[in-house]
Write a protein of this length. Structure first.
Lengths: 364, 283
């Protein structure tokens, strides 16, 4: 199989008229990385992927693949291959001819290209359906064929545009395991666009969270989940409570800040945060305890708004003055030892180790 | 209970009645009359094959059919080329839906006047002392007027292309608009150039539209008589024109036999097109 290459985006910008779709994105994806571009719709993730693929012109900046600048090369000359969201299989061709399409375009002999295509179909375990047309296949099967068609060009990086969005939830999990296995087997970079944080965390070595055409954070899934860079990342990854306020005082290595409702909280002091400065902190929902023994500034009392049973966990949504959308995850057994009801007032507590201070968002 | 059982028949009734009155009955009448006998002043019921015998054995019929088929092939080829070109431009090069719609409506503007007027308006343009000849002569391009421009096969084909190209543009445009644009990107991703995309992706996917357009053009040209009469100035014949002449001479059974033969040939042509291309997914 081909050797992978590093992909580098340098100040890549995309403008549609006056609208800025991607704003000076700089990113380095080392060879052999499973990278997920994650973000809500309209955040510029698909545009970024299409610029790497060459299906979208780059307004400013450069894309490098290995040592070569590919900014102005046509898609097929870049060494990337793209798998489209709807798979984009040719409905008039059978599976073998679909996979062999790029070889046909190169003028490879029919027998040779069909043999090569059959090898690729074996790799994705679709060789037994080689004579079928795309319309006769299920979504998961079409996805595999699309994968084989992209891989036959021997790409240095595979670009996947929401490859799992058309599949049902069970198949999604199965297919994503196969994708990860294939990526490890081939050793090339996969760049995968998704709006599902679960998918991104399950698959990637590198998660790139995007919002408003900019990168909010690019790091390992564990880093992104445990140390979200911004309030946007914390909210988008979920399972985090964000508390926003203004610093009122700093004593020793602890600072105090006040939220609009008047309640005040504490957090470890952070250099650069003077009294009066806006501050945002994140506390993981599973680190918040239902307990009244909170040290001052590390707890609040909330009114239970909603209780959702999630199996292993019970998710409790609470309302508290000055804090929007506060929720707590409690292990199932612990919850049912002392069940709560909607309308109950509950004291909550966390520790200073659980407080993570967030940076200002670059897209704000 | 009885009403609910009757309801489907009542719903299908009006269409059945219309098809029976305006399709089945006329064709049955034509088939029936084609076996009748006639003399110079009247036709009378009979069951004779002379109408068919005379039609099939006459070299005039053969020449006329060959001439009509010649028009059909030439007009089909030109309308296909022009029609595909126009549809391709509208579907792939015009990005805004509004411009697309406006340009498509522009294509239909000639249809705001009648066929005959559109045809006749070529005459002052193409005539011996017409606009085209005079302009070319005053520009010094030619010394004597070009005779082939009017009352010739050229004029017939030109008028037919003018009349029928839109019947090719519309169905092809319709199929092209339905092609998923990501298929074209996928082809480009696989290294196909514009020409390869056209040959390997767009044309195969446009086949149903091409087939429907071809059926329109073939049936229209095969049955045409007025264009041939006006634009050839009576120097060329078509099957339709032959029938019109027979009717003018009150030889209804002969015209009916001719009509039945033409119907069979056109149905065979349409059947041939449908064998080659599956148009079901367009309907």
């Amino acid at each position: 199989m081909s050797k992978g290459a590093d992909i580098e985006l340098v100040q890549v910008t995309k403008r549609y008229g006056a609208a800025l779709a991607v704003d000076a994105v700089t990113l380095k994806i080392p060879a052999g990385t499973y990278c997920c571009l994650l973000g809500p719709s309209g955040c510029g993730k698909t545009t970024t992927l299409r610029m790497i693929a060459g299906h979208e012109t780059i307004s400013e900046g450069d894309v490098r693949l290995g040592p070569a600048v590919v900014t102005d090369l046509p898609p097929a000359k870049r060494g990337t291959a793209m798998m489209f969201q709807s798979y984009a299989l040719f409905p008039h061709l059978d599976i073998v001819d679909n996979v062999a399409f790029s070889l046909k375009m190169k003028g490879v002999d029919k027998a040779v290209r069909r043999t090569k295509a059959m090898e690729m179909l074996k790799l994705v375990q679709m060789d037994h359906l080689a004579e079928r047309r795309p319309a006769q296949l299920s979504g998961g099967q079409q996805q595999r064929v699309a994968l084989a068609r992209a891989l036959i060009t021997d790409p240095q990086a595979l670009l996947l545009d929401e490859p799992l969005s058309a599949l049902d939830p069970f198949l999604k999990i199965k297919v994503r395991q196969e994708l990860k296995k294939l990526q490890l087997q081939l050793g090339i970079s996969f760049i995968h666009v998704t709006h599902s944080q679960e998918e991104a965390m399950a698959l990637s070595d590198l998660v790139v969270v995007m919002n408003g055409g900019r990168i909010e954070q690019a790091a390992t899934p564990r880093e992104v989940f445990n140390r979200p860079a911004t309030a946007f990342v914390a909210r988008f990854m979920g399972d985090h409570n964000v508390i926003a306020g203004r610093v009122t005082g700093i004593a020793d290595d602890t600072m105090t800040f006040e939220v609009p409702g008047g309640a005040s909280f504490r957090a470890p002091a952070e250099p650069g945060l003077e009294p009066g400065a806006p501050v945002e902190i994140a506390v993981r929902t599973d680190r918040v305890k239902l307990a009244g023994d909170a040290p001052p500034g590390f707890g609040l009392t909330g009114l239970v708004q909603n209780i959702e049973y999630h199996g292993q966990k019970v998710q409790i949504a609470l309302a508290a003055p000055g804090v929007d959308e506060f929720s707590v995850q409690v292990p199932e057994t612990a919850f049912f030892e002392a069940p709560l009801a909607v309308g109950d007032a509950v004291p909550l507590a966390w520790t200073s180790q659980d407080v993570h201070i967030l940076q200002a968002s670059p897209s704000a | 209970m009885t009403l609910s059982r009757l309801a489907p028949y009542l719903q299908a009734g009006p269409l059945t009645a219309i098809l029976f009155a305006f399709l089945v009955l006329p064709i049955a009448t034509i088939v029936m009359v084609s076996f009748w006998d006639y003399d110079s002043i009247q036709i009378f019921p009979a069951f004779v094959f002379t109408n068919y015998e005379e039609t099939i054995t006459s070299p005039v019929t053969w020449n006329t059919y060959i001439n009509t088929l010649k028009y059909t092939v030439i007009v089909w080829a030109i309308t296909l080329l022009v029609g595909f070109w126009v549809a391709y431009y509208l579907a792939f090069h015009i990005r805004s839906a509004t411009t697309q719609m406006v340009l498509f409506l522009v294509c239909t503007i000639p249809f705001l006047t009648s066929n005959i007027i559109r045809m006749i308006s070529w005459i002052p343009f193409l005539g011996r002392n017409g606009l085209l000849n005079q302009s070319m002569m005053s520009m010094g391009l030619i010394d004597t007027p070009l005779e082939f421009l009017l009352f010739s096969d050229f004029a017939v084909v030109l008028a037919m292309v003018h009349l029928y190209t839109l019947f090719m543009v519309t169905p092809i445009f319709n199929t092209l608009m339905r092609i998923d644009r990501s298929l074209i990107e996928a082809a480009r991703d696989a290294g196909a150039n514009a020409w390869q995309i056209l040959i390997n992706v767009i044309i195969p996917l446009a086949k149903p539209g091409i087939a429907i357009g071809s059926i329109f053009v073939v049936t229209l040209v095969m049955g045409d008589f007025i264009t041939v009469r006006f634009m050839s100035g009576g120097q060329s014949a078509s099957v339709g024109l032959m029938m019109a002449n027979q009717i003018a001479l009150l030889q209804y059974p002969a015209a009916a036999a001719n009509a039945v033969i033409l119907l069979i040939i056109v149905l065979l042509l349409v059947g041939g097109i449908l064998r080659i291309v599956n148009i079901r997914k367009e309907l």
